[in-house]
Structures are given as C-alpha cells and as structure tokens.
Design a protein around this ligand. Structure first.
Ligand code: NAD
Length: 477
C-alpha cells in the first residue's frame, strides 16, 4: 500500500498540506513507489521567505549558547529517529545499511561540531585586529540573513546538515529545498524543529521540483544561496543569483582521480580503488572514478581489481550486499548511456558494462581499461559505478594527468612511502586529497572544489563564513 503524506510543507513552525503536484517516493531496488507526498507552491515560498525575514531579527541576536542548544537538539532528534531514518534511506536511496548510517552519523556530528564551534567563540564580536595605537578595531562576523539551501538526493541528511548547521549557527534563518527524489527523510528536520521549539520562521522546508528552488532565488528576502548538485543546475543558480548579486556557494560535480604510485601495496590499493568508485553505487560527488596507475604495478592492480569486483554482491540493500541500485531511474538511464558510448568507442571492458539489471535500477560495477583522454568516460562525471583506468610512467606524469580535468573536488593518492605520496598530494589541484585512505570527511576539515567543482567551502570555520559577512568596527583609542 502506498502511504500518503499530505502535510509535507514545513512553514511557520508547523507542517501544512502542500498544494503543489504530489510526487512519489520510489524504492530503487524494485522500481516501485512506496509513498506519495504533497509539494509546495511558489506562494509557499513567498510565505516562507517573509517568515524567515521576520524570524531573522530575533534569531541573529539570540545568545550563541541558545543557538548551540537548538543545534544539539537537531543532533539528538536525528539520533532518536536513527532506525527509522536508516530504514527509509535504504528504501528510498538504495543505500546499503552502512552507507545510510554514514549519512545519518555525519549529519549528527555536523550539528554538534557547529554547536561547539560557535560556543567556543568562533563568532566572537571582540576580535581586535588593528595594530595602530591611535585606533582600536574589532572584527565581527554578521549573518547574511535568510538563506536558500538547495540540496540533491545522494546523501540527503548530511548534505543538508552541512548547510543548515552552519547557517543556523551563524545566525541565518533558512529555506530548505530537498531533492524531489528523497524528500521524506528531510522532513525529519521539520519534525525535530517542532519538537525542540525552534522559533517560527527559522526553518522552512519546501518540497518540490526545481521550480521551487528557482522561486526561492527570486524571493527578495533571500540574502544567500547555498547549492549542492549538478553543474548544469549550478550554472542556472549562479545566473539567477547574479541578477540580485546574491552571495552563492556551489558544491558541484567531480571527476576525481585516484593515483596509485609504483610503491603501492596492491591489496590496499585495490580496496581503496573499489571503495572510492563503488561506494553508494558511485553516486558521490567525490567518487574517484579515474584510476591513474603507475605502469610498474598496473597489471597486478588490474588483476586484483578483477578478483575483488567479481566477489562484489549487488542487490537489494536489505540483503548482505556490497552495492545497491542507483537511486533514480533517470540516473540509471544516464549511466546506461555512458555504457553505450563505451561500446561505440570500443573501450576495453575489464568487468561489467553489460547494461541494466532489473527490475530495480541496478548496474554492475564496471571498469574500462586504457580509456583515451578524449573519451567522455574519462572526462565527464558519470555518477555511477563506472571506473576508467589509464597507466602512466612516474609520479610527474600521474600528477599531470590527475590535474588535466575541468573539475577539482577530491583525489586519493596511494603509495608505500608516505612522504612521496604526500608530495604528490600537495601538487593535485583538488579541495580534499586523501593519502592511503578514502572518502572520509570530518566536520573540522573543509569541503569544496577547485575549478568547475564549485565555489566556497563547507565544513570547518570556512563553512560558517559561508553564511556570514566580515564587518570591521573602528574606534579612536
Ligand atoms: P540537480 O542539480 O539535478 O538537483 C539538485 C537540486 O537542485 C534539487 O533539489 C533540484 O530540485 C534543484 N534544482 C533543479 N533545478 C533548479 C533550478 N533551476 N533552480 C533551483 N533549484 C533547482 O542534482 P542532483 O542530480 O540532485 O545531484 C547530483 C549532482 O550533485 C552530481 O553532479 C553531484 O556531483 C553533485 N553533488 C555535489 C556534492 C558536493 O559536495 N560537491 C555533493 C553531492 C552531490
């Protein structure tokens, strides 16, 4: 039976029936809808923006310890719903349990981190910066105002937490536009807001398609936009923001390299390569989908990959599996398009590549060898379980190839000598580089891309600065 959630629009501190066209939540392991939910209308966006502006005046002036208390309330509220949210993510996202746990656990950690950061004085209003004896100067971080937060479907809870926690911590109020594919989990933020008594208007949740996100950018009360998603949408958002000169943060796509040096341990490298591209069925912005391997170890690594991938179990996330389905049919079809391109280009397929496995949105782990640099499979973000491999001779060639991309979100370097591996990592143009580990992100660090992978940084102090402007106050001493 399909459950229906009509009160899916969170506005003015409570849930309201949505008058927008209803959407269905689909289980990608079966391809079947299991729930229906109402969506917001552009009028709801107007109401939410007005309400966010009204709330902003009080919210920004709350003692930092009060805002931190609400942030910790979000962390505890997520924990209290842990089992239900993990089950929902497995059902709606196709995530194996461990990946659903990471989405939730990282979101919890993010709220606690920003609570601690602001309580620890990150927004301290008294930082003296002027060296001049005749004047004193204070530096202050002031919240931008109501912020539009627009997020994708691949890690719904944590992608939102990385925006919502620093925005609220900085003193901004927020309008959240969840992905139309994974809205249900995100409604938990509204339930928690109610439970912890978050003041009216501090958070609104507006389910719907892209038009709702676009309407948020048109609302005159919005003073900041933070977007995570595809480069195509990011370009549109930046264009819309430019009309109003809105500050923008963009977390976009990637085509990240994993560089395996000649002194790498082969088993460790094979594990990092597989984890880096097959985690979440490759639907991670930081997927290391380009393997650049030194020719000295290439044959051994390729043999180890073949053995490892043959043992991978792909299936319904409720079973004992290594990889689930793609989250949406559209994403599955996009990846299938790349497999067809690979076939038409005559690429050397090590494994997978055979097409869809039904009835859900499954695709086998796929590896292509010696992929030409001109191939779309080498250059474009696929956002699926597809690895492209090239062999190089020496570290210089590996660095040059790693950087020969329009993107620059992340990278992994694998090598036996940590000094050498770190020297390679230093020269890779990417926002986050892992050495002999993969895809691990702590809230204290930073997240964001070089080049076409984005603008701005999330997490860490940089994440807080994304929602606040620097102000100086100068006074004669
Ligand atoms: P998408 O761009 O299709 O959608 C993202 C969000 O934008 C959705 O909520 C969507 O409804 C909304 N949207 C669509 N059109 C809009 C418009 N004109 N105005 C305002 N909002 C609009 O992306 P997706 O398919 O949901 O996510 C996959 C992409 O996200 C991949 O490219 C991936 O690399 C990227 N991503 C990046 C990061 C990062 O941190 N850099 C993290 C996760 C995902």
């Amino acid at each position: 039976m399909i459950e229906t959630r009509t009160d899916a629009v969170f506005l003015n501190g409570r849930f309201h029936p949505g008058k927008g066209a209803p959407r269905e939540a689909v289980n990608p392991a079966t391809g079947e809808a299991f729930a229906r939910f109402a969506t917001a209308t552009p009028d709801d966006v107007t109401t939410a923006a007005e309400s966010a502006e009204r709330a902003f005046g009080t919210w920004r002036r709350l003692p930092v310890s009060e805002r931190a208390r609400f942030l910790r309330g979000f962390a505890s509220g997520l924990e209290a719903r842990q089992e239900a949210l993990i089950a929902l993510q497995m059902r709606n996202n196709g995530k194996p349990r461990m990946e659903a746990e990471i989405d939730l656990g990282d979101a919890v950690a993010c709220f606690r981190y920003y609570a601690d950061l602001v309580e620890g004085g990150a927004l301290d209003r008294g930082r003296v910066v002027l060296p001049d004896d005749g004047f004193s100067g204070r530096q202050v971080l002031e919240p931008y105002g109501p912020a539009a937060l627009i997020v994708p479907w691949n890690f719904p809870l944590v992608t939102t937490a990385w925006k919502l926690a620093p925005a609220l911590a900085a003193g901004c109020t927020a309008l959240l536009k969840p992905s139309e594919f994974t809205t249900l989990a995100e409604l938990a933020y509204g339930e928690i807001a109610q439970e912890i008594g978050l003041p009216e208007g501090v958070l609104s949740i507006l389910p719907g398609e892209g038009a709702i996100g676009a309407a948020m950018l048109d609302a005159p009360q919005i003073r900041k936009v933070s977007f995570t998603g595809s480069n195509a949408t990011g370009t549109r958002i930046m264009g819309a923001a430019a009309k109003r000169l809105l500050p923008v943060s963009l977390e976009l796509g990637g085509k990240s390299p994993i560089v395996v040096l000649s002194d790498a341990d082969i088993d460790a490298a094979a594990e990092l390569v597989c984890g880096g591209v097959f985690f979440n069925a490759g639907q991670i912005c930081s997927a290391t989908s380009r393997l650049i391997v030194d020719e000295a170890v290439a044959d051994d690594l390729i043999a180890a990959l073949r053995t490892r991938i043959r043992k991978m179990a792909v299936g319904d996330p409720r079973g004992a599996i290594d990889m689930g389905p793609l989250t949406t049919m559209a994403q599955r079809d996009k990846v299938l398009g790349y497999l067809l391109t690979a076939r038409s280009e005559g690429l050397d397929c090590l494994c997978g590549g055979t097409g869809a496995m039904g009835p859900g949105f499954f695709i086998e782990p796929t590896v292509y060898l010696d992929v030409p640099e001109t191939s779309a499979l080498w250059r474009e973000e696929i956002f699926g379980p597809v690895l492209s491999v090239r062999r190089v001779k020496g570290d210089e060639a590996a660095i040059a190839l790693a950087n020969a991309t329009d993107y620059g979100l992340a990278a992994t370097v694998v090598g036996g000598d940590p000094v050498r591996a770190n020297a390679v990592a230093d020269r890779i143009d990417a926002g986050h580089v892992w050495v002999n580990t993969m895809q691990i992100i702590f809230p204290e660090t930073s997240w964001g891309g070089f080049k076409a992978s984005g603008i701005g940084r999330e997490l860490g102090f940089g994440g807080l600065q994304g929602y606040a402007a620097l102000k100086h106050i100068t006074t004669p001493a």
